[in-house]
Design a protein around this ligand. Structure first.
Ligand code: UDP
Ligand code: MG
Length: 332
């Protein structure tokens, strides 16, 4: 059981004006039930609607609400990273803005944290109101990745989880550019456990994860946490060479022992185009990995912050207990 604890909620959002007021109301109730003070770190991931203004207004009235605005849309994983970099709490809870990760479930995560777990993943038992396509592809992805990956990435776990401040520091020490946080959390180790929940529907607005972003995330997961694609290239190469050798032996023996000539043109064209296809495919796989090296080599910062509200502030509670000193002092 931890004593005198502080909590941070890290919530990235992009164009969520429909759901944010509902979310902030729910969070107020949630924070009132906590056993310690909390801050809500909102990250505006390049919203083009009224979202940031809504949060800013609340943040000016209530110092527990804070906001970082990224200079453009950097994507959900980077937005979460920005939040983790500023979160001060002893326990940090990452959740979506659309109330698909119900704040009430966070109480179960916290209970596990008090038991001594440093990472508590929320695992989806059921998903409400999502398309069959999303359920099927997500299912395939989680199962496929679990097989391919060298680290044990829990299935049906998204980004909803509680992590101890120690884990936050570990993640801060991992500067990789193409980020797949759920893999990174699995990779850092520490004591981890799962809490199951039924995932409700998004409470308002539309999904901000179109197929393209889902594919990019899936790619980052596979390439970042598995070298199976590279090994696949090796096996394919070996297989094709074996086939070529067998075929060569066949042609050779036909020429030696029979008077039938192997008809040349069709087989040559088929084999050649098959082999060039293989070559391209495998260069493509290698290219994906080289692309990541290129991305790392550029050494660009992960994101830029254009504005922030409520950071670096000392929050005084009614009982005058100092909650958060400068965030740097606590983050160090
Ligand atoms: N999000 C974000 N940046 C993006 C896309 C999404 O910050 O580029 C946020 C979004 O506002 C939400 C969370 O990430 O808070 C999860 O997105 P969403 O609910 O649309 O994904 P889904 O639940 O449909 O997979
Ligand atoms: Mg959602």
């Amino acid at each position: 059981m931890h004593k005198n604890v502080t909590y941070s909620l890290v919530i990235p959002f992009m164009n969520e004006e429909e759901v944010l007021p509902m979310l902030m109301d729910r969070l107020e109730g949630f924070m009132a039930d906590l056993d310690g003070p909390a801050e809500v770190m909102f990250i505006d991931d390049g919203s083009r609607d009224n979202s940031a203004a809504l949060v800013a207004e609340r943040a000016r009235q209530d110092a527990r609400f804070k906001m970082i605005r990224l200079s453009r849309n950097f994507g959900h994983q980077i937005a979460v990273t920005a939040g983790l970099n500023e979160a001060n709490g002893d326990a940090v809870i990452i959740m979506d803005a659309d109330l698909q990760d119900p704040p009430e479930v966070a109480h179960d995560l916290i209970a596990k944290w008090h038991e001594g777990y440093e990472i508590v993943h929320a695992q989806r038992r059921r998903r409400e109101g999502e398309t069959l396509f999303k359920k099927v592809t997500a299912n395939l992805f989680y199962r496929g990745l679990a097989r391919l990956s060298s680290v044990d990435i829990p299935r049906d776990v998204g980004d909803f989880r509680l992590v101890d401040a120690r884990v936050v520091r570990a993640i801060r020490a991992m500067p990789e550019r193409d980020r797949f946080l759920r893999g990174m959390f699995a990779w850092v180790g520490f004591r981890q456990c799962l809490v199951q929940f039924d995932r409700p529907e998004r409470q308002a607005g539309e999904t901000k994860y179109p197929l393209k972003k889902m594919l990019k995330l899936a790619m980052d997961g596979v390439i970042g946490f598995s070298d199976a694609p590279l090994r696949l290239a090796l096996w394919l190469g070996a297989l094709v060479s074996l086939g070529a050798m067998l075929y060569g032996a066949y042609i050779f023996s036909m020429a030696l022992f029979t008077d039938r000539f192997v008809d040349g043109w069709a087989s040559t064209v088929v084999i050649l185009s098959f082999l060039s296809g293989m070559n391209l495919l495998i260069s493509g796989v290698i290219g994906l990995f080289v692309g990541r090296i290129h991305n790392e080599a550029k050494q660009r910062p992960l994101y830029f912050v254009s504005e922030s509200i409520g950071l670096n502030e000392v929050v005084r509670l009614p009982d005058q207990r100092r909650l958060f000193q400068t965030h740097n002092a606590l983050a160090g």
